[in-house]
Design a protein around this ligand. Structure first.
Ligand SMILES: Nc1ncnc2c1ncn2[C@@H]1O[C@H](COP(=O)(O)OP(=O)(O)OP(=O)(O)O)[C@@H](O)[C@H]1O
Ligand SMILES: Nc1nc2c(c(=O)[nH]1)N=C(CO)CN2
Length: 216
């Protein structure tokens, strides 16, 4: 079974709704600039640092050398701690809305459970990269991956990054942010297990992961 079909079955996701969201995203991107070439240019042959939103993130943000990709709410933590904005934000738009005001290149994911947020936020954006987890349509791409953090890993690999460093990817523990945001913690833990599994697959596919011991 294709990897995404296994994930959809495990989490009870509606694949047809994902397809509908992909078509919606393509329509919402009409007249907007598809920044995929710039995304690739930013990452190709670079050392890429991917920030996940795990509890260890704030303590590990000193002296980062490389292109910084923040997975969703990790962008807010990065800005609060180092007073800089990440180069790239990968999001499915369920993080804090202030991240959308950052100057970072945004990679916005369409899926069956965020169509309202796509309708609300994509019209406010001038340029973006649109992604999906099902068949690509028009300007909406599938680079692989599922959660924001592991999608950032697949994007980096597909763009030809020289190496990939993972920070704040604590797959065994949810954050205070998840609890305060009232997330379904059983589902969140399942998503973190999936993220870990997919990053392992990316490693087997040749993704040049650095310092693997830190996130295991
Ligand atoms: N312990 C952790 N808690 C939260 N995120 C983590 C953790 N470890 C790794 N991550 C990665 O950081 C990403 C961004 O975190 P964030 O809290 O914004 O999650 P999210 O993707 O918006 O939540 P959801 O997966 O429910 O949509 C996650 O998608 C995941 O890939
Ligand atoms: N349909 C659907 N797709 C997703 C979802 C989700 O909640 N529903 N969450 C994701 C990462 O958090 C990624 N993809």
């Amino acid at each position: 079974m294709p990897i995404y079909m296994r994930i959809a079955a495990e989490l009870g996701l509606d694949v047809e709704a994902d397809r509908e969201a992909t078509i919606l995203m393509d329509r919402l991107m009409t007249g907007k600039e598809d920044k995929t070439d710039e995304l690739e240019y930013l990452l190709k042959n670079e050392r890429v640092i991917i920030l996940g939103n795990g509890p260890s993130l704030p303590k590990n943000l000193e002296d980062l050398h490389g292109v910084v990709i923040a997975a969703d709410a990790a962008a807010s933590v990065y800005k609060r701690v180092v007073r800089k904005e990440p180069d790239i934000i990968v999001t499915d738009l369920d993080g804090p809305p202030d991240i959308l005001e950052m100057g970072s290149l945004k990679v916005v994911h369409a899926h069956g459970d965020n169509m309202d947020r796509l309708r609300k936020f994509v019209p406010l954006m001038k340029e973006l990269v649109g992604t999906t987890q099902v068949e690509p349509v028009g300007k909406v791409h599938n680079f692989g991956g599922f959660t924001d953090g592991d999608r950032a890993v697949f994007i980096s690999m597909m763009a030809g990054a020289k190496s990939v460093v993972l920070i704040g990817m604590d797959f065994d523990s949810v954050t205070e942010y998840d609890i305060l945001a009232g997330k379904d913690l059983i589902k969140k833990r399942k998503k973190l297990e999936i993220a870990k599994w997919l990053i392992e697959i990316a490693g087997k596919m040749g993704c040049p992961l650095e310092e693997v011991s830190k996130w295991r």
